[in-house]
Design a protein around this ligand. Structure first.
Ligand SMILES: [Zn+2]
Length: 361
């Protein structure tokens, strides 16, 4: 190989050593031969040859997705979007990989103790070496300005956090900057899950909560720390109480929820491109979706199972159209976001301590 001037020559050797590819590159500088560091990066055409026709990889490579929360949901979604060819990521999570995460997380034992942002950056680059990854090891509920600054410029936000404080910050920013967002979560004891899609001009996450169509408090508590943060575990809880409250689903219970979040994300990122995935648009037209995972959960309060709704069937998605809430603290005219008003609608009584104010950016 020669450099751009055609002067200095390089020699590359690729061999197999201990079942691994071993790449070495030597620089021939006059009579000197110096080994230099090198990394094999496959061509984009080879990387995405199997996605042709289904996804517009070239266009996706310019799309910027923010992912908030890199737990079992966010980590999987980040890696799948990298596989699909998404090119720019902004990752938000202040946690580190812990032992109790490993069973459901995309990270492995070698990542123990690392910041999730660092571990997932590596996993993304392992799938898409061309990706640009921006990392923010912060809590967006306390550093709203940092999140707002990033969300202004993204094509889509994935909300995969485990608490309403951060969901409302995301919902407020999406409304303010008119960005698309996909929210997803699991319901207590893997009974099911729900996914919500915000499209600019449409009903927002605040409208969803206000509608009472889903019960946002009926939520999976995935760790003692998350339970204490959300208030699901009271300060005086005994060890047995804590164990009874922290009951998570299996990785396979999370899979279908991540899958729908990803389909909706890719559909939104591919809008107007006439790619194969666009054919899903006709079917995936709802604002929100409920996934019923097990029959033994009491779904009776869930729309569309309420009263004479369709007979519930497990392992099925139910699509829901959400009305815009005229009292919505986030998207209605009054109260407006920028006045920093707290929620005063009775629907929001349990969220009264959440401050919705976003600084003007
Ligand atoms: Zn709203």
């Amino acid at each position: 190989m020669s450099d751009f001037n055609g002067d200095v020559k390089y020699i590359a050797t690729i061999s197999q050593k201990n079942n691994k590819l071993d790449t070495k590159v030597y620089k021939l500088d006059g009579s000197d031969v110096v080994e230099i560091s090198a990394k094999l990066i496959p061509g984009k055409d080879e990387l995405y040859s199997r996605s042709k026709g289904l996804l517009e990889v070239e266009i996706l490579s310019k799309k910027h997705v923010a992912i908030v929360g890199l737990g079992s949901f966010g980590s999987q979604i980040a890696i799948e979007l990298a596989k699909a060819g998404v090119g720019v990521f902004s990752l938000f999570d202040f946690d580190r990989v812990e032992l109790h995460n490993i069973g459901r997380h995309s990270c492995t034992l070698k990542d123990l103790g690392r910041l999730k942002t660092d571990a997932i950056e590596e996993a993304i680059l392992g799938k898409n070496p061309y990706a640009q990854v921006n990392k923010y090891a912060i809590n967006i509920a306390t550093q709203k300005d940092v999140f707002c600054d990033v969300s202004k410029n993204v094509d889509l936000v994935i909300c995969a956090t485990d608490n309403n404080d951060s969901r409302f910050v995301i919902a407020s920013a999406l409304h303010k900057y008119q960005r698309i967002g996909i929210f997803g979560r699991a319901i207590t004891r893997a009974a099911g899950g729900d996914v919500f899609r915000y499209k600019p001009g449409g009903p927002c996450y605040g409208c969803l909560i206000g509608s009472r169509i889903i019960d946002s408090r009926d939520e999976e508590v995935s760790s003692e720390e998350a339970g204490r943060r959300s208030g699901a575990i009271p300060a005086y809880a005994s060890a047995e109480d804590v164990n009874a409250i922290v009951q998570v689903g299996l990785s396979v219970d999370i899979e279908p929820i991540c899958n729908l979040m990803l389909k909706l994300a890719l559909l939104e990122l591919s809008k107007g491109m006439q790619s194969g995935i666009s054919s899903l648009e006709e079917d995936l037209k709802y604002d929100a979706y409920i996934w019923a995972n097990r029959r033994d959960h009491n779904f009776s309060n869930w729309h569309p199972f309420y009263k004479s709704g369709p007979k519930q069937t497990i392992l099925k998605w139910y699509g829901i159209t959400i009305p815009k809430d005229e009292h919505c603290a986030i998207c209605s005219e009054i109260p407006t976001l920028d006045t920093g008003l707290k929620l005063n609608h009775p629907m929001y009584a349990e969220y009264a301590d959440i401050d919705f104010h976003l600084d003007d950016n």
